[in-house]
Design a protein around this ligand. Structure first.
Ligand SMILES: Cc1ncc(COP(=O)(O)OP(=O)(O)O)c(N)n1
Ligand code: TZP
Ligand code: MG
Length: 216
């Protein structure tokens, strides 16, 4: 189970928003990103009909298994359970972490978003297995992401909790990820830096290499 060993899987975390995949199929996009070397994949879909999300989710979940990459569902505990996801990600407006744990049992890992020290503290108290910290930089992908917070929250969480699995998210690409990693994040979570690129496989590979370099 991934829950006990999340940090290495957070290096390049592809948050696959089905609204952002540029007319490509979900499966084609997921395969390209996996081929390029992503280390975690989240299915983020807020608009499509549920039967469609379930169908695509099943296919993507199967693909992630082939590559040994954890599969995460955003927001929806019911879909995460139906898709036998490895993880669920919830934010400040979603079901609170302690209640998510009641629903999913002990195996599934729980990621929680935090954009302030207080949110991070509560998320950790509620049993977050990893934190998604952001928005680090300005992003066009999430309209309600709030003002960019930079990397200082990552730094302060890391100094207080040396072992806490954590990614930065929001406006991150291969050109600006170094400060995120240097501040102590285990990796970067991205939507457009993979989904909106002409060649998602190459974009994923370049991100992986850039994270490796920044961590080294
Ligand atoms: C890895 C990761 N971090 C943060 C988020 C944002 O979650 P949330 O704040 O619930 O916002 P939505 O994505 O649901 O709009 C995330 N999805 N993944
Ligand atoms: C889901 C989410 N949560 C905080 S910012 C964000 C959007 C990230 O998208 P992008 O990587 O395209 O800026
Ligand atoms: Mg959410």
């Amino acid at each position: 189970m991934f829950r006990n060993n999340l940090r290495p899987h957070l290096a390049v975390y592809f948050v696959m928003d089905l609204q952002e995949i540029q007319g490509r199929s979900a499966l084609e996009t997921a395969r390209a990103a996996l081929e390029g070397g992503i280390t975690m994949l989240q299915l983020r879909e807020k608009k499509a009909p549920i039967p469609q999300v379930l169908e695509q989710g099943r296919a993507i979940r199967g693909l992630c298994r082939e590559y040994g990459v954890p599969f995460v569902v955003n927001d929806r505990v019911d879909l995460a359970l139906l898709l036998d996801a490895d993880g669920i990600h919830v934010g400040q407006d979603d079901i609170p972490g302690r209640l998510v744990r009641k629903l999913v049992g002990e195996q599934m890992f729980i990621g929680i978003s935090a954009s302030s020290p207080e949110e991070a503290r509560v998320a950790m108290t509620e049993g977050a297995d990893y934190l998604g910290v952001g928005a680090i930089y300005a992003t066009r992908t999430k309209g309600d992401a709030g003002a960019p917070i930079g990397t200082s929250l990552i730094e302060s969480i890391r100094s207080e909790r040396p072992d806490m699995p954590m990614v930065g998210i929001g406006g991150i690409d291969r050109t600006n990820l170094e400060p995120v990693i240097r501040s102590g994040a285990d990796g970067v979570a991205v939507v457009s830096a993979i989904a909106a690129q002409a060649d998602p496989k190459q974009a994923a590979a370049e991100l992986r290499e850039a994270v490796r370099r920044a961590a080294g």
